[in-house]
Write a protein of this length. Structure first.
Length: 203
């Protein structure tokens, strides 16, 4: 069901993505990544070792026993990230006490600017339980690749060093063992997330 919804909403969003830029070119194009996700061609998710917004090392093993909602984005993202993070926060609220068994994670695709300190100012805006994760560019790229996330730095105007980051914005739902269940496309409502998450919490 998640996949069917994504096929309608996802394609249009992918077409909006600019092609990869030189300098920080990801290994795969958005179309390749989309294809892998849509048709389950490769495993999604896996081990990561990152730093959370309190400055502590965090790995996927820290969240065993809980469902994970994993979202990749960056704090300077003007609209898609905040909108989806808001929906995630709202879904957590609507889950009530069941939210104790769900861990939302925001993994930055912009580790250069999104330091732990910077994430600490950002993630509480959306939900007190949201954990922000950053790390070395290598560690972030590895995590993004594991989740089949496309991201690429794109210079903005002529300002030296100013840039944005094109990225795919799927919300991944992982089970209590960290295995992939499916994804929500960008723009999924909190109610829809709750509807999909609840039956998995009963398992
Ligand atoms: Ni974004």
């Amino acid at each position: 069901m998640i996949l069917r919804a994504a096929s309608r909403v996802g394609i249009g969003l992918w077409l909006m993505l600019a092609p990869a830029c030189a300098g920080d070119a990801p290994a795969r194009s958005p179309a390749e990544v989309m294809d892998i996700l849509m048709w389950n061609r490769e495993p999604v998710g896996g081990p990561f070792e990152l730093v959370d917004h309190t400055g502590h090392i965090s790995t996927e093993r820290d969240f065993r026993g809980k469902l994970m909602l994993v979202y990749f984005g960056f704090t300077y993202c003007p609209d898609v990230c905040p909108t989806d993070l808001q929906a995630i926060g709202l879904a957590m609220d609507r889950l009530g006490s069941d939210a104790d068994n769900v861990q939302p994670l925001f993994i930055t695709v912009d580790p250069e600017r999104d330091t732990p300190q910077h994430l600490a100012d950002y993630v509480p805006l959306f939900h007190p339980r949201l954990i922000g994760l950053t790390g070395s560019p290598d560690a972030i790229r590895k995590a993004a690749d594991a989740y089949k996330v496309y991201s690429a730095k794109v210079p903005l105007g002529k300002d030296r060093g100013d840039y944005t980051v094109d990225h795919t914005a799927f919300i991944y739902l992982m089970d209590r063992n960290g295995d992939y269940l499916g994804f929500f496309p960008p723009g999924t409502s909190a109610d829809r997330m709750v509807e999909i998450i609840r039956p998995h919490l009963a398992k």
